[in-house]
Design a protein around this ligand. Structure first.
Ligand code: 5GP
Ligand code: MN
Length: 342
């Protein structure tokens, strides 16, 4: 990944002139990368004198609530008025860590659409960005948006401009989107970027503990239940799927974010090629997909579950019952395999 100089120049033109009203938006069910990239970029822009509002569609998981500055995040669902006002007044809207306004859900995407005069900038690493932007930092090969934001800040204002607080939240994004630096796209430049963060003196083991060792008892028990009782295998044990109904989650005192990461676990089995989890919500079932190697779950999610994401990590939605969702998944797996895609 190399940031093109003309894009950096275009961005500099936008953010180095007079103070502006700026909105930074990220995706539904904000994760470590969505939050880390938004918080760090917001802080950088505030440092340049801008008025910045960071908006996420809904609440973040409880184990990320220690992140510096997170209390300033405007959660659209619980604070619509503030978000609508900020979006209407914005001179620049930054879209971070998502590639299509449809990932924001209806009311918020309409609010953003209605401000037609704001400049729009995308900073993202998902495949196939769908809207047009005035400046577009779209790098699907980048392992996280936080990594992109870090490099953009370095390109604009130098590594010395990054504070320890910014480094900490950027590290969260880079760590969580790479499964603590275990997935693909672990390039030499990623480690150089990590060195920039480490130079600020951040406590890396503590960040790890804050994120990965801060769950509830209910989450640990739900995890055991899901793997032991709900994991089903297909195609000679090379495809796994799990499902959780609202009733099951209630039984384990479910809190938002508690099922995060479950979908990765079946891939610890040596011959596993693809893993899925179906999580029941009030109006739909959220589908999460993970794969190893050549198996393209971005394609799978787009074809069968109205979604997308990355080659080895994607998601989507299903609007039929759990039983029908599972039947559809099983049929889709067979079709995918028949085409030699699995
Ligand atoms: P997760 O399974 O962690 O929720 O999501 C994995 C990846 O798929 C993320 O990069 C996320 O942005 C993407 N993704 C998840 N759900 C959807 C969806 O409904 N639509 C699209 N386009 N991408 C999704
Ligand atoms: Mn991301």
């Amino acid at each position: 990944m190399k940031l093109e100089q003309e894009k950096i120049d275009a961005l500099r033109l936008l953010v180095e002139t007079e103070p502006k009203n700026i909105v930074i938006l990220s995706h539904t069910n904000p994760d470590g990368d969505a939050l880390g990239s938004s918080l760090a970029w917001g802080e950088a822009l505030r440092g340049k004198g801008h008025k910045v509002t960071c908006i996420v569609p809904n609440k973040y998981p409880y184990y990320l609530d220690w992140m510096t500055g997170i209390e300033q995040m405007v959660i659209f669902k619980s604070n619509e008025e503030v978000a609508i006002k900020a979006a209407a007044e914005a001179d620049i809207i930054f879209c971070l860590d998502f590639h299509t306004l449809s990932r924001l859900d209806e009311p918020l995407s309409k609010v953003i659409d209605s401000n037609s005069s704001a400049k729009r900038v995308l900073i993202d690493h998902h495949l196939n960005p769908s809207e047009s932007f005035d400046v577009m930092f779209s790098y699907p090969e980048a392992s996280s948006t936080s990594y992109l934001v870090c490099n953009i800040i370095v390109a604009l204002w130098g590594a010395e401009s990054i504070s320890a607080a910014q480094a900490e939240v950027l590290y969260v994004g880079m760590m969580t989107d790479t499964g603590n630096f275990s997935f693909s796209n672990l390039t030499p430049t990623l480690y150089r970027t990590l060195a920039v963060l480490a130079e600020t003196g951040i406590n890396i083991p503590q960040i790890y503990n804050n994120v990965y060792n801060s769950f509830t008892e209910g989450r640990a028990r739900l995890f055991g239940y899901t793997i032991n009782r709900k994991m089903r295998l297909l195609r000679k044990g090379t495809v796994a799927y799990m499902s959780l109904t609202e009733e099951e989650m209630r039984r384990f005192w479910f809190q938002q974010g508690d099922s995060e990461g479950f979908v990765n676990y079946p891939l610890t089995i040596k011959k596993m090629r693809m893993s899925a989890i179906f999580i029941e919500h009030k109006d739909f079932i959220r589908v999460s997909l993970r794969s190893r190697g050549a198996v393209d779950v971005n394609l799978f999610a787009g074809r069968y579950f109205e979604g997308g994401g990355h080659h080895n990590a994607a998601g989507g939605k299903s609007f039929v019952s759990m039983a029908e969702t599972i039947a559809r998944f099983e049929a889709a797996v067979e079709e995918f395999a028949k085409e030699g895609l699995l």
